[in-house]
Design a binder for this molecule. Structure first.
Ligand SMILES: [Zn+2]
Ligand SMILES: [Zn+2]
Length: 110
């Protein structure tokens, strides 16, 4: 069974290509920490036969809910403490109200 997709050929611009291989991986985008699905499609042009790899990154916010612990600032007890950095199970926060920086640790899932 051949699957045809509409990706313009980078060589000749022909719009109908054949899928040779497709892999979808769920991962985290390193820069933003957002969950994304990366679809890597190996395609061959139906016109000139050129083969290339198409990489599609799709955010998954609509499908997957990120776990957000309700953290309170130890300084002012405020709840507006966005995560500024994540390092393993440790999250670094900065309070929007009093600008205090602190960290929180996610309980292990063992
Ligand atoms: Zn082509
Ligand atoms: Zn605070």
């Amino acid at each position: 069974m051949r699957e045809e997709i509409a990706i313009d050929c980078p060589e000749c611009g022909f719009a109908v290509s054949e899928v040779l291989d497709r892999q979808a991986n769920i991962g985290r985008y390193p820069k933003t920490g957002r969950t994304v699905r990366v679809t890597i499609t190996r395609a061959r042009c139906g016109f000139c036969g050129h083969e290339w790899t198409d990489r599609d990154v799709e955010p998954l916010e609509d499908h997957a809910v990120l776990y957000r612990p309700s953290v309170r600032c130890p300084g002012c007890n405020g709840t507006r403490c966005p995560v500024t950095k994540t390092k393993g199970a440790t999250r670094y926060h900065k309070c929007r109200d009093c600008s205090r920086r602190f960290k929180s640790i996610e309980p292990g899932d063992s």
